[in-house]
Design a protein around this ligand. Structure first.
Ligand code: FMN
Ligand code: SF4
Length: 834
């Protein structure tokens, strides 16, 4: 208004000046100009608003016309003021005469409930309502008048503020078009938000907010370059990323290179993050067969679905990016599919993709493409244009009830490619197959392995048997070492598999029939035995008997109890007169509880405390400790009819500290035997995820000291155990339940014929029913070397004098079985003991 009037007045003045040249009019116009100032207009308008009616507007307009025609300002003002007074009086009389609104009715009713100075239930002055009495001074009237006026004034003010008089029910909004609930997403989202949300509890605010990452943040970040490799390409490219990053002067922190296979606990990086300023780059190949990436992806997916874990743990990262490498020619449908899957899961876990995923074909793109990606990535780091992070909801909801991501393999199937088949654990064309066969394993079917044991060869040549010969009466030359599951649910630091076998919590592969496995395992075993016929020193009689396997050590690598038909397989062994020595890792209580009768049942107890167990076994299960305790309870209850053994593999610096807590576990599981063995040195730690060095391999003297302390603690608790037998050469000592000590003589050996007789009888029997006397040479203190075998010293190796025994080192480890000196460890290639 203040803008409009001056403008109109200028026009008006010009116009009027042209039409009326008389002096009088100029004077009156001058007056008019002065008086019709902003102040006058404001006053007139406020009066008009107060009066609020057509009459008021009409009066105002007429007054203005009057002024425009040269009327006197004082008269104009007088008209407006008198109209206002008249109008107000009319309104007051109208209100008194009529009850126009419910608000006013209420006020009237209140007046009626006044006690009138008598007090009573509705008395205005009674606090407790009705506590009035004599002398009560009713304040109704005074209140009513003064306060009502105030209230009226308030309401009136409200009405004026709203541009209308107060009404009981406000219908003014009723006919306004209703605002739709916006389903539109902020512009930063590339796709509309799904309407159906399965995960209502998720932090929507987080998802919906656009975030930017500045180059300052990127350059200050601690970069971790992860890679996973089977054949070395990804490692090479990861090193290239590292080299390129290191040339960036602006980068504040030195990047760190990490092999995903060597990460003890993926949660350290993919549930928690090393620091708030961490940035991840992942260089990943793809394999359509089993490879370590399967476990990595499985972990990411499980973390996402684990309700105990923060839904978006990776939002703490500054960002991430993935460089995928693959082969688009041979695997067009699955090109870089594991890199893409990783990208999917990291995004779902809250990671911000700060640079597009690279998909490089090693055949068609190769190194130039990789370099290009790396260069662009580094440029992005430096660019001070902030990176806008857009959350892609397509990763959030795939529209299915099941929270599972649609497997890319299934997508392949939808397009007509028959690639939905369950994978083979170790397919013939897989790198795992190559690695295992290179290490001397025969892969049977797609998930079983057999390998002729070093002790089998040694015994064939009359050079000594393994420790199980001393402790339990196994004949090594007639023993087959086999596993029906090359996959395992732990990644023990002392395992000699060199990270080559698949890892998984549960069985998720094709299953071979037990008879097929046994038949082919025996074939493989016998063919390897046959190859021994030309080896010097092979004892003809032992060689002949070796073609009739009598024992099967179900261990080797992997977790045999994971095999779904393990009971049927054991049944077949027993049918053939082959005894069964099954070693399990105490991570599958259900399978353990359902296990059929075996000749001897081992449970690996690799540590006595939760923390140590996690460090040493690197179990895949989060509830690994509870699982182990459950397994011990099963040994003491459901499986108490079995001949049970705790196997302790001692690793210096990892699990040799705690005798008390080991005793607790024995108290819980009540095994028949406790086999304490020093860890075997499984070669260098380079690239196999095995962090052990020779310093972690205990001397035999250290093992003996530990065992004595342990047995003393068990006796102190009245548990009835004692040290019984040994095989010094294997760094192995046996603690046995004193139930196996009869007439002061140990009966730790097995009477295999008796075992099969009992089994055939169908009767219930106990471990004490098929025992045999422990021979003198095997008793603790006698070394455990069987008479009849010949001591053998490697060429150039002298027998170690007694005085030097305790200081024998790694070089002394690689000696033959005839040597009884205390040793520290064994090499991976030849000292695998089942
Ligand atoms: C058995 C096998 C399976 C493979 N499967 C795929 C695949 O499904 N998709 C893909 O893009 N590349 C596949 N590749 C190609 C590898 O991803 C590629 O060779 C990569 O460079 C290997 O990386 P690495 O040397 O670090 O192990 C496969 C290669 C082999 C040997
Ligand atoms: S080390 Fe194992 S596989 Fe080898 S002979 Fe002894 S029990 Fe059998």
């Amino acid at each position: 208004m203040t803008f409009f009037f001056p403008f109109s007045l200028q026009k008006f003045r010009a116009h009027r000046t042209r039409r009326h040249k008389s002096q009088d009019f100029v004077i009156s116009l001058h007056f008019f100009n002065r008086l019709i100032s902003e102040e006058f207009i404001r006053l007139a308008l406020s009066l008009m608003i107060r009066l609020n009616g057509a009459t008021a507007a009409g009066t105002f307009l007429l007054t203005m016309v009057y002024l425009w025609l040269g009327g006197r300002v004082t008269i104009a003002l007088a008209i407006i003021v008198s109209y206002a007074i008249l109008h107000k009086e009319y309104n007051v009389s109208n209100e008194q005469g009529q009850e126009k609104t419910p608000a006013k009715t209420e006020k009237k009713e209140k007046k009626h409930t006044c006690c009138g100075g008598k007090g009573g239930a509705n008395c205005c002055s009674s606090k407790a309502g009705g506590a009035g009495g004599s002398g009560h001074a009713c304040r109704c009237s005074s209140k009513n008048k003064a306060q009502e006026k105030k209230e009226e004034a308030k309401e009136e003010k409200k009405g004026l503020e709203a541009g209308s008089f107060p009404v009981a029910v406000d219908f003014t909004q009723a006919f306004k078009p209703q605002k739709k609930k916006s389903t539109k997403q902020p512009k930063v989202f590339s796709k509309p938000m799904p309407t159906k949300k399965k995960t209502a509890s998720r932090d929507d605010d987080f998802k919906k907010s656009a975030m930017t990452v500045s180059n300052g943040t990127l350059l200050n970040s601690q970069i971790y370059v992860f890679y996973c490799t089977l054949q070395g390409t990804a490692e090479r490219y990861a090193n290239r990323v590292m080299a390129q990053l290191c040339t960036m002067r602006d980068l504040k922190q030195r990047p760190t290179l990490i092999n995903l296979d060597e990460v003890t606990d993926l949660d350290d990086y993919f549930v928690s993050v090393p620091s708030e300023n961490s940035l991840y780059i992942l260089v990943l190949p793809s394999y359509d067969t089993d490879c370590p990436l399967d476990f990595f992806l499985q972990t990411l997916e499980e973390n996402f679905n684990d309700f105990r874990i923060d839904k978006y743990p990776l939002r703490k990262l500054v960002g991430y990016s993935i460089l995928g490498i693959g082969d688009t020619e041979t695997w067009p449908e699955k090109f870089c599919y594991q890199a893409k899957k990783t990208d999917h899961w990291i995004a779902r876990l809250g990671g911000r993709r700060i640079f597009p995923i690279g998909e490089v074909c090693v055949k068609t793109g190769g190194e130039p493409k990789v370099n290009e990606w790396i260069d662009l990535f580094c440029e992005t780091m430096k660019d001070d244009e902030p990176i806008l992070y857009e959350y892609d909801e397509s990763v959030e909801d795939d529209g299915t009830e099941n929270d599972e991501m649609v497997d890319l393999e299934d997508m392949g199937n939808a397009e007509g490619n028959n690639s939905t088949v369950i994978k083979q654990m170790v397919a013939k064309d897989s790198p795992t197959y190559k690695t295992l066969t290179k290490q001397g394993y025969s892969v049977v079917g797609s998930h079983s392995g057999v390998k002729i044991c070093r002790w089998t060869k040694s015994d064939l040549r009359g050079r000594g048997s393994c420790y199980k010969h001393s402790l339990f009466n196994i004949v090594s030359s007639r023993c087959m070492e086999l596993t029906p599951s090359l996959a395992c649910s732990s990644k023990c630091v002392f395992c000699w598999r060199h990270g080559s076998n698949p890892v998984s919590k549960n069985w998720r592969w094709e299953v071979d029939e037990p008879d097929y496995i046994l038949e082919n395992a025996l074939k493989s075993h016998y063919s390897k035995i046959k190859q021994m016929r030309g080896v010097p020193g092979v004892v003809a009689e032992r060689f002949a008997k070796a073609f009739q396997v009598r024992h099967c050590a179900l261990s080797l690598v992997g977790e045999p109890i994971m095999y779904p038909y393990i009971n049927r397989f054991i049944g077949l062994l027993h049918e053939k007169g082959i005894s069964s020595f099954l070693v399990c890792n105490a991570q599958h209580p259900e399978a353990l509880a359902n296990l059929c009768r075996v000749t001897q049942l081992y449970v690996s107890i690799d540590a006595s405390t939760k923390g140590e167990l996690k460090k040493i076994d690197r179990p895949l299960y989060k509830d690994f400790w509870e699982r182990m305790l459950q397994c011990l309870d099963i040994l003491n209850t459901t499986q108490s009819h079995q001949r049970t053994v705790f196997r302790l593999t001692l690793v210096k610096g990892f699990n040799m500290g705690e005798v008390m807590s080991y005793a607790d576990l024995v108290q819980r599981g009540k095994p028949c035997f406790i086999e304490v063995k020093g860890a075997t040195f499984a070669g260098s730690s380079d690239g196999n995820g095995n962090p052990l060095t020779m310093q972690n391999i205990p001397f035999y003297e250290e093992i003996k000291t530990f065992v004595k302390k342990f047995a003393a603690e068990l006796q102190r608790r009245g548990l009835g155990y004692d040290v019984s037998a040994e095989h010094a050469h294997s760094n192995c000592v046996l603690i046995a339940s004193t139930k196996f000590k009869m007439n002061d003589e140990w009966y730790t050996h097995i009477d295999f014929d008796k075992f099969f007789d009992l089994l055939a009888s169908g009767q219930d029997f106990t471990p004490l029913d098929y025992v045999a006397k422990t021979p003198e040479w095997a008793l603790f203190g006698n070394g455990g070397f069987a008479p009849g075998d010949t001591r053998f010293y490697r060429k150039g190796k002298k027998k170690i004098p007694e005085t030097e025994k305790l200081s024998s080192t790694y070089s002394a480890a690689f000696v033959n079985s005839t040597q009884q000196e205390p040793v520290r460890g064994e090499t991976a290639a030849s000292f695998e003991i089942a």
